[in-house]
Design a protein around this ligand. Sequence first.
Ligand code: NDP
Length: 605
Amino acid sequence: MSTSPDEELAQSADQDFDALRDRYRSERDKRLRADGNEQYVEVVGQFEHYVNDPYVDGPLEREALQEDVEVLVIGGGFGGLQAAARLRGVGVEDIRIVEKGGDFGGTWYWNRYPGAQCDIESYIYLPLLEELGYVPTEKYVRAREILDYSQSIGRHFDLYRGALFQTEVTGMRWDEEIDRWIVSTNRGDALRARFVTMANGPLNRPKLPGIPGIHDYKGHTFHTSRWDYDYTGGNPNGNLDRLSKKTIAVIGTGATAIQCVPFLGEAAKKLLVFQRTPSSVDVRGNSPTDAEWAADLQPGWHKHRMENFNGLVSGVPQSEDLVHDGWTDLIGKMVNRFKEASQAGKIDVPQIMEKANFDKMNEIRSRVDEFVDDPILAEKLKPYYPMFCKRPTFNDDYLPTFNRGNVELIDTNGKGVDRITEKGLVVAGVEYEVDCIIFATGFEVGTSYARRSGYEITGRNGVTLSKKWSEGMSSLHGMQSRGFPNCFLMHMSQAAFTANFPHLLEELTTHLSHVIGHALSEGYRTVEVSESAEEAWVETILEKGAGAMGALGGAECTPGYYNNEGQPNPGAARSAPYGGGSIEFFKLLADWRSEGSFQGLEFKT
Ligand code: NDP
């Protein structure tokens, strides 16, 4: 029986996909390592200086405080600012934000490396835009504008009143006698807080690779989240004029490196980029904001746009694609494949998703050939894993940087840098001498909540949160845990995953301010999750499965922080985001609030 040309084409595509699947598996297998998260070094002891604040003139002098506060918010990034703004909205006046940095901004306070820019559209990424009457100046704004905007939120909601900057929480302990948290800080404060909201941020603690010899290096080093402009010269817009006689090494090729490498390539005498796994680098497509469009925005536009994006990246078709970028493009490809399949009368959802993913990644790999002149080099820069195994990146200057004569890619074939010596780095037996090593090696993710927060939380009867969660996390909606009254957490675990993290924060802070507002207006001293509600929520998390995170990537993912560095994680099922997806989770919270009985919470006067 003869096959039609269409069928032949489909068969050859299937063979290509089989080959790709094999390639993905072999790329994953060669990167898997038994030490998982243990391969990284914690920034303590002799590494502590990596987290010093380079953006303040010196320590701030002030008296230690011992006082009552109604709501204490830990963290002055988006999460803390959104929480405080929403608390103002329910009438809470007495709010103190405790922040380690010298001002508001969180991620955007710390990450000021050259080229830092948001990679989610700024019209949906920046929170509270309608409240502030602000429209960002570009589709993807630069870090400075986001930092300035964070400070505007602080001014708009009068949050500088009561803010404690350059202050780190060192511990918090529930005091049964007074029904308050005693929050201690590195400045000797003992704040007696009725409620505590923890907005520590998901990626706040820089990590270093535990490369043998890392202690031995004698040259200059820093982590990208504490950029040393004294050493490089210039500013976040570039002009790193002190590097013209320097040989610089960058370790890491994740979302941060993609943004700063073009600036380093332009400025350094010689730049060596040490790559373990290439990123997927899609088109940036930035543009200034159209003033007419901005003037025409109708009330409710911000939430509507966030929800449209979230729908698309959650795989829920929308009547239009408002954001129309690299995140929503993959989903567009899936929808097209669905249409083709339904016309042919055979719908196989996992197969359609996988093929759309292959299409998208083929497109990403073709872009490398388009922008990198040397085909051998281009091959090394191509990512061979499914999209969403790692954070996708968007940049128009990264790939062409490798055409420069002063820039060299040192591809480690998935192994990482072998060794660091007094003078430089060793890969495959070759030592590369450098003046400075810049660690673009990211942030802690898979470590314990207390370690990442930097302090322990001691609840009723002296039980710590680390102890309670040592066998797995338990909470209601990811936010409240029994034994820790009046304490609210903000993260994805047992809550929801969305690519646009401030959208999650918006929903969580609306919810927690609703609960705190109710407790305060009714004169309750404590609010705590009931045992049965907590158990039921943990059951729901387990029943609903692993959740959206990684669902688009799957088992062929190379290791990284999205999949616990490819290692089995016994606690993963319990600390997963809600498996029904963020849209369902946000609705569930909204329904819970409208139902009105504060189901699962115990209030006490
Ligand atoms: P990542 O964790 O994404 O990247 C760390 C990099 O270091 C990876 O390329 C990793 O390789 C590499 N690495 C680790 N150990 C070694 C080693 N021993 N030898 C060689 N290379 C090594 O950190 P980033 O700071 O790039 O990004 C963190 C997150 O911050 C992003 O995922 C994103 O969520 C966010 N971000 C957001 C931005 C925005 O615009 N909104 C911009 C920048 C970051 P491997 O992949 O093999 O592990």
